[in-house]
Design a protein around this ligand. Structure first.
Ligand SMILES: NC(=O)c1ccc[n+]([C@@H]2O[C@H](COP(=O)([O-])OP(=O)(O)OC[C@H]3O[C@@H](n4cnc5c(N)ncnc54)[C@H](OP(=O)(O)O)[C@@H]3O)[C@@H](O)[C@H]2O)c1
Length: 236
């Protein structure tokens, strides 16, 4: 049975992706720190007839990526999809950003996805339709004042994803970067309380992009999808 790993699945965008992939009959490995939230999603998925293993793990820790892949293989015997979605945002000017928060953002947003991909690729190579999707952000290619540490960690994620796409193309592994603007989750409510929530992208819209990417058959290669809220900055 095909299986998918989703990080940051305890709420927000990751939860929406989990429900979407469960509906597509993937067995799921769901990663986050909040056990209660993960347990609720697991029971929702099991009610839908799906299979689900929850892992309450901290992606800030060096050993977590290898542990996730070991658990995925132990439970489902294969990995077909890897979604690096977990993320931490932070708002402060460069002059007010200390090394601890910079390290946290880089460990969660850039280091963990890098080493999760590295650990999963040997198993993805054996899949019939292997896909890696890394969830970046509009700040992964633009620069907003007051978001330097968050933006640089997402630029790092984007840079690594570009290289990965080239290095595993010959293995048939499709690698995609999704860069959303404001999505209606707790993260944006904390980072941008000024934005009217009614104009934000809904988490399910990101899950729909994931569904499109994992189900499409075309020959063309999609590297990057940028989705923005209506009054967000147009692509230039
Ligand atoms: N919301 C937006 O406007 C927006 C825009 C662009 C990009 N994004 C990106 O989309 C992704 C999902 O964001 P979201 O809006 O859904 O945020 P969210 O509601 O704050 O959810 C973040 C998820 O990441 C997990 N996470 C955070 N730190 C973790 C850690 N140390 N170890 C394990 N899991 C951790 C959280 O799980 P626990 O709390 O259970 O640990 C949670 O499931 C992020 O990468 C974010 O940067 C969001």
């Amino acid at each position: 049975m095909k299986s998918a790993i989703i990080t940051g699945a305890s709420k927000g965008i990751g939860k929406a992706i989990a429900l979407k992939l469960a509906a597509l009959s993937y067995s799921l490995v769901l990663v986050g720190r909040n056990k209660e939230h993960l347990a609720k999603i697991k029971s929702e998925i099991e009610k839908m007839g799906g299979r689900c293993k929850i892992l309450s793990l901290d992606l800030e820790k060096e050993e977590t990526p290898d542990l996730i892949v070991e658990e995925a293989i132990a439970h489902f015997g294969q990995i077909d999809i890897l979604i690096n979605n977990a993320g931490l945002a932070h708002s402060s000017k460069i002059m007010d950003t200390d090394i601890d928060i910079w390290n946290r953002l880089f460990h969660i947003n850039a280091r963990a996805p890098f080493f999760l991909c590295k650990a999963a690729v040997p198993f993805l190579r054996k899949s019939k339709n292997p896909v890696i999707i890394n969830i970046s952000s509009v700040v992964g290619f633009k620069g907003y004042a007051g978001q330097a540490a968050y933006a640089s960690s997402k630029h790092a994620l984007a840079g690594f994803t570009k290289v990965l796409a080239k290095e595993v193309q010959e293995d048939g592994i499709k690698v995609h970067l999704i860069s959303p603007g404001g999505v209606n989750t707790e993260m944006v409510q904390k980072m941008r309380p000024d934005i009217d929530t009614s104009e934000l992208i809904q988490p399910d819209e990101i899950a729909e992009l994931v569904e499109f990417l994992v189900t499409r058959q075309g020959k063309g290669i999609i590297d990057h999808l940028y989705i923005r809220r209506q009054s967000g900055q147009a692509f230039d």
